[in-house]
Design a binder for this molecule. Structure first.
Ligand code: MN3
Length: 238
């Protein structure tokens, strides 16, 4: 009996050694490079609210970031507080999101998707990606313009509120998809699964003040604010 306990103990210890957890202020915030859900932070926007003008106006960015995004974060934290999933990584929660309350799916997606969206924009953005990402785009879609058309169409044709995505599957193949509500391609309920590289918010709150019903104009403008450095980093990190 003691031998079994000893073996279990050794297995348990070696498991812990393999989980590479980093600490900030004595708190574990990441394990194996993945953000722990309960320790997720709401960080300040890395650029000014008016940095994306004239493509996305100041008031839209301000309300979107400080009200909508903040609210998803607050509700996500409330939804996981004191539950078993608080100490899991956000990506592991998404892998089984259908098993958890709808508030976790909606607000966890709302938090995570907005984090990626605001991160993959910047002042004086746009242009073309470079290096391996551009090569992969050309190989998959034939040309950057064809990729741009297909990604824009994913946004234009998504009925209601949602998101357009450029993703990579586990064989590093690129694909475009869109998702409804606050769903994303990391979730088990997603039709297409993969790692998000570039994301565009197509909820009306992302563009209505400036563009009203003209979603296509907002989508055209979005190409001028993309931070390709961030997208390339996501592509190379996996
Ligand atoms: Mn939004």
């Amino acid at each position: 009996m003691n031998k079994i306990i000893l073996i279990l103990l050794v297995i348990g210890m070696s498991y812990n050694v393999h989980a590479q957890c980093t600490q900030t202020n004595n708190q574990v915030v990441k394990c194996n490079g993945e953000q722990i859900a309960g320790k997720a932070e709401f960080k300040p926007l890395p650029y000014a609210y008016d940095a994306l003008e004239p493509y996305i106006d100041k008031l839209t960015v301000e309300i979107h970031y400080s009200k909508h995004f903040q609210s998803y974060y607050n509700k996500f934290m409330a939804a996981i507080k004191s539950s078993e999933i608080e100490s899991m990584s956000i990506k592991d929660i998404f892998k089984n999101v259908s098993k958890y309350p709808a508030a976790v799916r909606n607000n966890g997606g709302g938090y995570f998707n907005h984090m990626l969206y605001f991160e993959n924009m910047k002042a004086n953005g746009g242009g073309l990606p470079t290096g391996n990402l551009l090569k992969a785009i050309n190989k998959t879609f034939g040309s950057f313009d064809e990729f741009k058309n297909q990604f824009s169409d994913a946004g234009k044709t998504r009925f209601g509120s949602g998101w357009a995505w450029l993703c990579m599957d586990n064989k590093r193949n690129l694909f475009i998809c869109s998702s409804p509500n606050q769903d994303n391609p990391l979730m088990d309920i997603s039709e297409k699964k993969g790692t998000p590289l570039l994301v565009m918010d197509i909820w009306e709150h992302a563009y209505y003040l400036e563009y009203q019903n003209k979603r296509a104009d907002y989508i055209d403008a979005f190409w001028n604010v993309i931070n390709w450095d961030v997208v390339e980093k996501r592509f190379m990190n996996k």
